[in-house]
Design a binder for this molecule. Structure first.
Ligand SMILES: [Mg+2]
Length: 120
């Protein structure tokens, strides 16, 4: 199955790292955004099959962005990626419909399997 992923994270090096992991696995990255609001707008524009969403971001955080995306697109597949120590957001994310929750620093295989599982 051909599918597209977008990456929403305020750190450009993190977006680049995730993009490289996905592209090395043959997964297409359709776009990137640097905060939750820009990510929501990018989702509207591209309606990708999977979103990789950071939590702590300026302007709008990943929890709020997840909420907005899932309100408008109930079938949206969103995988949360959070820094160590933010596990309190796991339950909140799952309640809001996130497919998975990855804790940084992550192994490349973890990202790839979460994305593949989300679309399968
Ligand atoms: Mg962040």
């Amino acid at each position: 199955m051909k599918f597209r992923v977008i990456i929403i994270d305020d750190l450009s090096f993190m977006r680049t790292a995730i993009r490289e992991i996905l592209e090395d696995a043959g997964i297409m990255v359709a776009g990137e955004a640097e905060n939750g609001l820009a990510g929501f707008e990018l989702y509207n524009e591209l309606q990708p099959e999977v979103v990789l969403m950071d939590i702590t971001m300026p302007v709008m955080d990943g929890i709020e962005s997840l909420k907005k995306i899932r309100e408008k697109y109930p079938d949206a597949r969103v995988v949360m990626c959070s820094a160590l120590g933010q596990q309190e957001y796991i339950i909140k994310s799952i309640q809001l419909g996130a497919r998975d929750f990855i804790v940084k620093p992550f192994r490349p295989e973890r990202i790839i399997s979460a994305v593949q599982k989300a679309v399968s």
